[in-house]
Design a protein around this ligand. Structure first.
Ligand SMILES: [Zn+2]
Length: 244
């Protein structure tokens, strides 16, 4: 199914509007566009090239965000202009579409830093997987973060259905169906908040595992050590992301 929906590179380049991408493009993170004048040259940046180093950057950004000390990097005009020639994000983040879980804000990153893919409940479909495959194969991100969050409405809706409630209308039902196996794998009972939190964790872990299992491109990149897939949960109250 995924192969049927996969974008060809030529097609994908057109859709994503990207130029100058190579599998080794990370090396270009510290330089501005060719032909830029001194006034337009952004602050040089040393790009992390290992998953551990990238996670350290994201964790440090999350620490700043949680402490109310965000630096809001890479959002000024010179930096924006430096990205016209191409993008070299340090990580791909698949997060819930929930408006309270904005990866660039949560990790205190800026333009061009994160290749962000979002779907309610981190549900995978061909478009989501294809987008992540693009980040892995053509943008060469060394880290993919699957990010769920406390109080996820998509997971709560699935819990409601599992308990016998009516199926949601429209294509929302497809989201619930995709999350249902993870929820059914969690033992119900006890504290309601703890149960929902366990369901959220189960869905994040499931999505991370399914991504690697369902995508030959991601699987091969992980097996070759070029990419690492991690799962994390964002806490709405503290602002902190915990890696599972
Ligand atoms: Zn959510």
């Amino acid at each position: 199914m995924i192969n049927d929906g996969r974008l060809t590179r030529r097609r994908a380049l057109g859709l994503f509007g990207l130029v100058g991408l190579t599998a080794t493009g990370l090396a270009g993170c510290s330089s501005g566009p060719e032909g830029s004048g001194p006034a337009a040259t952004p602050t040089p940046r040393t790009a992390p090239t290992s998953a551990d180093d990238v996670w350290a950057v994201l964790a440090a950004g999350n620490d700043r965000f949680a402490a109310g000390e965000s630096q809001h990097p890479h959002d000024d005009e010179p930096y924006r202009e430096s990205l016209v020639a191409g993008q070299h994000p340090i990580a791909c983040v698949l997060s819930c579409a929930d408006s309270r879980v904005t990866p660039e804000l949560v990790f205190d990153q800026g333009l061009g830093d994160l290749f962000t893919v979002r779907s309610a409940g981190e549900v995978l479909d061909d478009a989501v997987v294809g987008s992540i495959e693009y980040a892995v194969e053509h943008v060469a991100v060394p880290l993919v973060v699957v990010l769920g969050h406390a109080g996820c409405g998509a997971v709560q809706a699935t819990v409601d259905v599992v308990r016998g409630g009516p199926a949601p209308d429209g294509s929302i039902a497809a989201l619930v169906q995709a999350i249902e196996p993870a929820v059914r794998g969690v033992t119900a009972g006890g504290d309601e908040a703890a149960y929902l939190a366990a369901c959220v964790e189960a869905q994040v872990r499931s999505a991370a595992a399914a991504l690697t299992g369902a995508s030959p491109i991601v699987h091969e990149a992980v097996a070759a050590g070029r990419t690492t897939v991690v799962a994390g949960v964002y806490d709405l109250e503290s602002g902190r992301v915990s890696q599972l």
